[in-house]
Design a protein around this ligand. Structure first.
Ligand code: SF4
Length: 347
C-alpha cells in the first residue's frame, strides 16, 4: 500500500480504536485484517461481492500494497461495474463458469447466465484486464465436454483456469451431485487425458495439485493455507466448514484444533479434494521435492496406472452440525445492534 494511504488507515484506526469493533467501516477492518494476516493475495468471494458498495476502494487499497486480488463474481454486474476498477497485474476478475452454456446455466439454475458471463469476459479482456474463470466440476460432468469447454475459454483469451471438484459441504442444498474422491480422480484423469486441442490450458493451480486431483499424490489438507475471513470473523477451520469464528488471524491459528480436521480425521472432510484446502499442501510438497515437482510440471498429471492408496476413514470422528447455531447467534447480535443503535455506539 502507498505510504500515505497506509498512514491514513493507521490514523483512522488510532482515532477510532475505542469503538473499533462496532464502528470502523468495512473497508478499514478489511485492510487491517489483510495486513495482520500477512496475506500475499486475497480472493474476494460471495454471495456476489460486486453488490458491496465499498468494494472498489477495498480492491484499490489491496492492489496499492502490491498484493494480488482475485475478485470472484458471477459476472451479472461485471460489465456495469467494470469502469470502477483499473486493469493491473495485481487485479484479476475470477468469473464463475461451471462449464459450457448448458452445464453452467444448469449449475446456477438460471438460463442466460453463461452468455452474460462470456460477454463480460470479452469486454474485460478488451479493456486490458486479467481474467480467470473458476470452475467447479460435479458428478454430472462429462470429460469430453469439460475438455472442449477449457479449449473454448482459452480461445476467449482468459489468463487462467481455476478448477476444483464440487464438495458436499453441509450448507449446499443439492447434496446428490457432489463427487466422492474415487470419482473425482477418475474424472480429472479423463479430462487431462483429452489434453488441449489448440492453445495450452493455462491452469492457475500448481502442477502438483493437478497431479493430486488425478490420483497420483496423497496429501493431507492445509486449511490455514487459504484462510477465510467473513463478516462473522475468521472462519474455523476453512473456507468449506464453518465451525466457529476467531476475531483475529492469530486467534484462528492458535485456537483451532487443526488435528481434528482433514480427511481421515473428520467425517465432513471424507470426500474433500478442494483447492482451498490442498493447494497449499501441493506447494509445500513442491518446495520439499523440487525435482519431483519439475518432472510433474514437464510431463503434466499422470492419467494412467495405479492411483495412490486412499487415506483410511476408519478413525474419523463423526460430523457435528454447528454452523447454523453460529449464524443464528450472529444474526441475533446484528438485529439487536440495529434495533438499539445506542448499544452499538457504546461498544
Ligand atoms: S479436508 Fe481440510 S479443507 Fe477440506 S473441508 Fe476438511 S478441513 Fe476443510
Amino acid at each position: 500500500m502507498r505510504p500515505l494511504r497506509m498512514l491514513w488507515f493507521r490514523l483512522k484506526a488510532l482515532l477510532f480504536r475505542s469503538r473499533m469493533d462496532r464502528e470502523l467501516d468495512e473497508e478499514l477492518r478489511f485492510h487491517l485484517d489483510v495486513e495482520a494476516a500477512g496475506l500475499a493475495d486475497v480472493s474476494i468471494a460471495g454471495g456476489e461481492p460486486l453488490l458491496h458498495k465499498q468494494l472498489p476502494e477495498i480492491v484499490r487499497g489491496i492492489v496499492g500494497r502490491k498484493k494480488f486480488v482475485y475478485l470472484c463474481t458471477n459476472a451479472l454486474l461485471m460489465e456495469k461495474k467494470m469502469a470502477q476498477y483499473e486493469p493491473s497485474t495485481f487485479f484479476t476478475w475470477s468469473v464463475h463458469l461451471d462449464g459450457d452454456k448448458e452445464m453452467h446455466d444448469h449449475s446456477v439454475c438460471q438460463p442466460g447466465v453463461y452468455d452474460r458471463a462470456v460477454a463480460a469476459i470479452k469486454a474485460a479482456k478488451e479493456r486490458g484486464f486479467r481474467v480467470n474463470i473458476n470452475c467447479t466440476l460435479f458428478n454430472t460432468a462429462q470429460p469430453d465436454r469439460v475438455a472442449e469447454f477449457f479449449d473454448t475459454v482459452m480461445e476467449f483469451g482468459v489468463d487462467g483456469i481455476t478448477v476444483s471438484p464440487g464438495y458436499a459441504y453441509e450448507r449446499a442444498p443439492d447434496q446428490q451431485h457432489f463427487l466422492n474422491r474415487g470419482k473425482t480422480k477418475q474424472l480429472f484423469r479423463d479430462v487431462f487425458k483429452r489434453g488441449p486441442k489448440n492453445k495450452k490450458w493455462s491452469f492457475s493451480q500448481s502442477s502438483m495439485f493437478l497431479d493430486f486431483l488425478a490420483g497420483n499424490q496423497s496429501y493431507h489438507c492445509t486449511p490455514w493455507g487459504n484462510p477465510t475471513r467473513t463478516i462473522f470473523g475468521w472462519q474455523k477451520p476453512c473456507y468449506l466448514l464453518g465451525e466457529g469464528y476467531a476475531k483475529t488471524f492469530r486467534e484462528l491459528m492458535d485456537a483451532t484444533d487443526w488435528d481434528s480436521y482433514g480427511t481421515g480425521n473428520y467425517e465432513k472432510c471424507a470426500d474433500c479434494m478442494v483447492h482451498s484446502g490442498y493447494e497449499a499442501s501441493a506447494v509445500n510438497d513442491a518446495v520439499a521435492h523440487p525435482l519431483k515437482a519439475l518432472a510433474v510440471s514437464l510431463r503434466g498429471p499422470r492419467t494412467d496406472g495405479e492411483m495412490t492408496p486412499e487415506i483410511s476413514l476408519d478413525r474419523q470422528r463423526p460430523a457435528e452440525y454447528v454452523f447454523s447455531k453460529h449464524v443464528e447467534r450472529k444474526m441475533e447480535e446484528i438485529r439487536e445492534a440495529k434495533s438499539r443503535p445506542e448499544l452499538a455506539k457504546a461498544g
